[in-house]
Design a protein around this ligand. Structure first.
Ligand code: ADP
Ligand code: MG
Length: 428
């Protein structure tokens, strides 16, 4: 079925007018496929990168179903549950639901760690239509008998690969086991590693598989550059870049939380107002930092990979990788914060010599050489420990010790004369 605009789906009237208000005129490919199938009651397995419009793809059918239901949610229960890996994503999904349900009688509640439980407990006790949650706090409230999922008929696991990466396998399985057996489920994931596939198999019933490539119009609009420099030179270079013309809203990615803190302090010392966001900050500090950035009160946000995915702030002109990511795929997620909705964006990576192996790993993924090969460059990245599983209620990343803070001087190494690049085979 092809539908030119949202009115062809037969969505409830309040949703249609909210979409018009939000200037959603044409459904994205994943919405085209996933919305009608879910309206008919089918499960969905969505394989799609960020920026493809997944939130509306699962949000609109859920809201449509809820608007068609009689009465109110049972106290202590919710009619729909959306699980997201990070608090920021959960907040963003809730904001999206508020926009889609604009003015319609649908109640939503956020359940996430790092903030007081009392407000969440109160909201759930009354009964709520949609809970948007991160796994840890939800499990806490389930264990304490505050939340019951046995009446939950609509469930979404958003960014499932990320959720499992963060060690939420057990919590997610436990939550899934508590749900009503007759439910409609959707699972979205950017990648399909075996663990996600196995979760999908047990979680979904005869799902429609919806797969979309990242929108081709968006990707080429990100101009990617990398610079090879000595670690200690990064600070000055970053300052120059941020003071450059046309550099407006910018996210600077650091590898570790401590590194991000230090970078933020250095920027402020260098006369560049910046906010810092990472997993060890209190939730309200995280929201405040993101809020100031979103509103343009500060134009520089220093972040760890916790915001590499899914966070949608319009008008980000630049993404700067102050450190290379440990996981090469995160590069793609990081730079995807810019160039959104067809806007143009620039991604600049500052690469110290000892980070070259990580850069090469990134180049393999993107299929482009960012820095010509240098003679005698290290070929292997240092092995990296797998992150431990979080405690039951631990938030992602909390309590992990950084190995070496970004911004620390890199180990001294022999200077070698740089040879002209050998024309390397373009990575596939
Ligand atoms: P994903 O979850 O796949 O990363 P989002 O749901 O966050 O993507 O959507 C990405 C951006 O695109 C958001 O700013 C959202 O408001 C916008 N968007 C999504 N669908 C549409 C649409 N049909 N028309 C216009 N904008 C859209
Ligand atoms: Mg999303």
């Amino acid at each position: 079925m092809t539908t030119e605009d949202f009115s062809g789906f037969g969505l409830a009237e309040p949703l249609i007018s909210a979409l018009q208000k939000a200037k959603f005129t044409e459904p994205t490919p994943i919405q085209q496929q996933a919305i009608p199938a879910q309206l008919e009651g089918r499960d969905i397995l969505g394989v799609a990168q960020t920026g493809t419009g997944k939130t509306a793809a699962f949000g609109l059918p859920i809201l449509h179903h809820i608007l068609g239901m009689q009465g109110r949610a049972t106290p202590g229960c919710c009619r729909a549950l959306v699980l997201a890996p990070t608090r920021e994503l959960a907040v963003q999904i809730k904001d999206n639901f508020r926009v889609f349900a604009d003015g319609a009688p649908v109640s939503t509640a956020l359940i996430l760690g790092g903030v007081a439980r009392s407000g969440q407990v109160r909201a759930v006790k009354r009964g709520v239509d949609v809970i948007i949650a991160t796994p840890g706090r939800l499990i806490d409230l389930m264990d304490d008998g505050v939340v019951h999922l046995d009446e939950t008929r609509f469930v979404v696991l958003d960014e499932a690969d990320r959720m499992l990466d963060m060690g939420f396998v057990q919590p997610v399985r436990k939550i899934v086991a508590a749900l009503h057996p007759k439910r409609q489920s959707a699972l979205f994931s950017a990648t399909m590693p075996p663990e996600v596939r196995s979760l999908a198999e047990s979680f979904l019933k005869d799902p429609l598989r919806v797969e979309v490539a990242p929108q081709a119009t968006v990707i080429p609009k990100i101009e990617q550059r990398a610079e090879l420099l000595d670690g200690p030179a990064k600070r000055g270079r970053l300052r120059d870049i941020l003071n450059g013309e046309g550099v407006e809203r910018t996210i600077v990615f650091a590898r570790t939380k401590r590194g991000a803190d230090r970078l933020g302090q250095n920027l402020v010392r260098d006369g560049i107002p910046a906010e810092v966001i990472h997993g060890n900050k209190m939730q309200n500090a995280r929201q405040k930092a993101l809020g100031k950035f979103r509103q343009g009160i500060v134009k520089t946000l220093v972040a760890t990979d916790i915001v590499a995915r899914g966070i949608d702030v319009p008008g980000i002109t630049h993404v700067i990788n102050y450190d290379l990511p440990d996981e090469a795929e995160n590069y793609v997620h990081r730079i995807g914060r810019t160039g959104r909705n067809g806007a143009e964006g620039v991604a600049i990576t500052l690469c110290a010599k000892d980070e070259l192996p990580k850069l090469r790993a990134v180049e393999k993924i993107i299929g482009t050489e960012l820095i010509p090969r240098v003679a005698g460059e290290p070929t292997k990245a240092k092995p990296r420990k797998r992150p431990g599983r979080p405690q039951r209620s631990a938030q992602p990343g909390a309590g992990r010790k950084p190995k070496q803070a970004a911004g620390d001087a890199p180990p001294k190494r022999n200077r070698r004369r740089r040879k002209p690049a050998r024309p390397s085979a373009q990575a596939r």
